[in-house]
Design a protein around this ligand. Structure first.
Ligand SMILES: [Zn+2]
Length: 255
């Protein structure tokens, strides 16, 4: 922006950056943490893409309540928890989805949240035609649906001085030159993608995004969570909070 760039090229360059960012972010698996930063419509869009990649046909309008989907001639309802609520999903919400499944003559209902469920909700769903999907399971499902999709190594960027398009490598944060010899700096940092946010997301200019967790940290956390869950199960009734989530990842276990 400091160089005497043409405003037209600058605008086109920004637009190309947005397009490339969108293209790259659709090819990577998000973290639970990054999913929790999404706004309702973004999360819904992401879930719809995941379902479509997994062979479901999504029939609902983008603004309707539960998603109505079909696969192999069967109907499935998908409830998505509001993104602004950080509490665990209570049993009454799960029961409501059960009623909706019955009324819609659906085969099964999926309840999706980037957080967790209460034990009552889990116990209810275990004996009903319902599947509960918390943040961790959602990431796994998204990952599974993305099998075969490879992350591109390169992206395009436009020279802000002459409008020439160059190709940057994602693993190399190095400036390159356009065909007219102007320096074009990399426009996309790989870290932006791993702490992914969908395009159109506006978190406000004063908002500072927390550091995204690395794959290794997430795996370590999940392993800890699983072993804790096993222990809690064998010990039977310990505290509810410990099974719901690890405070490191989820500060909202109190209800
Ligand atoms: Zn140039």
């Amino acid at each position: 922006m400091m160089s005497p760039a043409s405003p037209d090229f600058a605008r086109a360059a920004d637009q190309l950056r947005q397009e490339e960012l969108g293209r790259l972010s659709r090819a990577i698996v998000p973290t639970v943490e990054s999913l929790r930063l999404l706004h309702g419509p973004e999360l819904r869009g992401l879930i719809v893409s995941m379902l479509e990649r997994s062979g479901y046909e999504v029939q609902t309008a983008p603004d309707a309540g539960n998603l109505v989907t079909t696969k192999d001639g069967k109907k499935y309802l998908v409830a998505i928890a509001p993104t602004n609520n950080s509490a665990s999903i209570p049993v009454r919400d799960v029961m409501r989805l059960h009623s909706a499944v019955i009324e819609a003559n659906a085969a099964e209902g999926f309840f999706v949240t980037t957080r967790g469920f209460t034990r009552d909700a889990e116990a209810y769903a275990a004996t009903a035609p319902l599947k509960l999907m918390d943040g961790r399971k959602l990431v796994i499902s998204i990952k599974r649906s993305m099998e075969g999709i490879t992350m591109p190594d390169t992206y395009r960027a436009m020279c802000r001085q002459c409008g020439d398009t160059v190709s940057h490598r994602l693993d190399l944060a190095e400036a390159c030159k356009c065909s007219n010899g102007h320096v074009v700096a990399p426009t996309i940092a790989k870290a932006t993608l791993t702490g992914q946010r969908q395009e159109g997301g506006s978190l406000g200019s004063t908002y500072t995004e927390p550091r995204p967790y690395s794959r290794r940290e997430v795996r370590a956390h999940n392993a800890k969570y699983e072993s804790k869950k096993r222990k809690t199960k064998s010990k039977k009734r310990t505290t509810e909070a410990s099974i719901d989530a690890d405070p490191e990842f989820d500060a909202d276990t109190s209800r």
